[in-house]
Design a protein around this ligand. Structure first.
Ligand SMILES: Cc1cc2nc3c(=O)[nH]c(=O)nc-3n(C[C@H](O)[C@H](O)[C@H](O)COP(=O)(O)OP(=O)(O)OC[C@H]3O[C@@H](n4cnc5c(N)ncnc54)[C@H](O)[C@@H]3O)c2cc1C
Length: 388
């Protein structure tokens, strides 16, 4: 077992960390207030070649593994704390692109991957619906084949990047009678007639990413845009994607734990009360130590999950544990960091209040804490719960 970054991994980390500190972190308040994904940032990510992190080199990507993707997202939020914009970027790189990398046909790979990897096109992944959240197998959106096309109807919601995406990977039912076994994933051109995308939601946090409703009204999707066969959407595409999703997307919430520590330590060293820096007071020191503990445990869980996946070893338990832990750690870390800042912690200009607004999503997105704890319990006991 080797716990050290390779030279290339270290360089990737340091380049992203430095870039974020210099150009991204100074604009995080402006990004948060705009409630929009910053397209200037996307142009920078494109320039640096970071839009196709896990796309194989032969399709124009960086050809990196899940470990490197985690290192990249972790470095960005460690340096800038902006889990919102990083979510937009990570969604494109992971769930928006990986189903094509992992399960796409050669034609699909040649057609879509080079443009996704260069960042000319942005992608989104559309599973959640107004009536379908945790119970993802209950998708109501339908795709009915008519000749060379499927006709797509239904609505999706909370879709990250939908407004700015050129393509969407959409989960729809091709056979209602089969439930999860009747779900299929399609690559949908977001400019197709019949696709309508709503204005981004006005959220509490993660405001540098955009989530919208998407409506499909008799949208014609060519048969060649189906990923794998009918009914493979949940069991094959979804399952292959899951550990990547839980690990890569979750990496954005590991880095921010480091950011919270950086800000809190700087503040605690310079803030004087009762004639001493507050960093000398035991209760403040304990908070900082606990935050560091959470950060280090999160990194270990993240690297282990990524390493297992990159080495072809099943890691469903590890990626699920990591996702549950990160949600709890984010809530703890944000609350304690703000406490260290006292009243100033509530002011936007001190840049720490956002961490609490952003943290809640870590317990909800990519599987809620309750559902994932149930998944862990199922893996340990081998017995399903009464509700799932
Ligand atoms: C910022 C953001 C970005 C998102 N991005 C995307 C995206 O890009 N693509 C996409 O498809 N979706 C996306 N989502 C949707 C996200 O995946 C869902 O919000 C999530 O899966 C939970 O679904 P829900 O919100 O409908 O909650 P519900 O499933 O309605 O859950 C409500 C509550 O009930 C609990 N609960 C549900 N079932 C059980 C049970 N059996 N036992 C115990 N408790 C239970 C949940 O844990 C939760 O506390 C995003 C959501 C957000 C907020």
């Amino acid at each position: 077992m080797d716990f050290k970054f390779s030279e290339e991994q270290q360089m990737l980390h340091d380049t992203i960390y430095k870039f974020t500190k210099k150009e991204w972190e100074p604009r995080t308040i402006e990004i948060d207030e705009s409630n929009r994904f910053p397209m200037w940032l996307w142009d920078k990510l494109r320039e640096m070649g970071w839009c196709g992190l896990m796309v194989p080199v032969e399709y124009g990507g960086a050809g990196l593994g899940l470990m490197e993707a985690c290192i990249a997202f972790e470095a960005a939020t460690h340096a800038g704390g902006d889990t919102g914009s990083t979510l937009g970027w990570a969604t494109h790189c992971s769930i928006g692109t990986l189903p094509i990398v992992l399960c796409g046909s050669e034609e699909q790979k040649k057609k879509y991957l080079p443009k996704l990897a260069s960042g000319e096109w942005i992608s989104c992944f559309a599973l959640t619906e107004p009536n379908v959240g945790s119970d993802a197998a209950g998708v109501e959106c339908t795709a009915v084949q008519e000749g060379d096309y499927y006709i797509l109807n239904g609505s999706k919601t909370f879709i990250t990047n939908a407004r700015i995406a050129n393509i969407g990977l959409v989960m729809a039912s091709t056979d209602k009678s089969k439930g999860a076994a009747g779900l299929t994933v399609f690559i949908v051109d977001m400019d197709s007639p019949g696709v309508t995308v709503g204005e981004p939601f006005d959220k509490i946090g993660n405001r540098g990413s955009e989530q919208s409703e998407v409506h499909f009204d008799n949208v014609k999707v060519p048969v060649e845009n189906r990923i794998l066969g009918e009914g493979d959407g949940f069991k094959k595409v979804g399952v292959q994607n899951l550990e990547y999703e839980r690990t890569a997307l979750t990496a954005i919430w590991t880095g921010v734990l480091g950011y919270n520590i950086e800000l809190s330590v700087n503040y605690a060293r310079q803030r004087q009360q009762f004639g001493h820096p507050i960093a000398q007071y035991g209760q403040i020191r304990e908070k900082i130590a606990q935050m560091q503990l959470d950060y280090d445990i999160a990194k270990l869980l993240m690297y282990k999950s990524a390493w297992l996946k990159d080495n072809g070893i099943p890691g469903a338990m590890e990626s699920t544990e990591y996702k549950v832990f990160i949600g709890q750690a984010n809530m703890r870390s944000a609350a304690e960091a703000i406490q260290i800042f006292g009243g100033y912690g509530l002011l936007k200009e001190f840049k720490i209040e956002r961490s609490l607004r952003d943290a809640k999503l870590a317990q909800i997105g990519a599987g809620t804490e309750q559902v994932l704890l149930e998944v862990i319990a199922r893996m340990i006991t081998g017995i399903r719960s009464l509700t799932m």
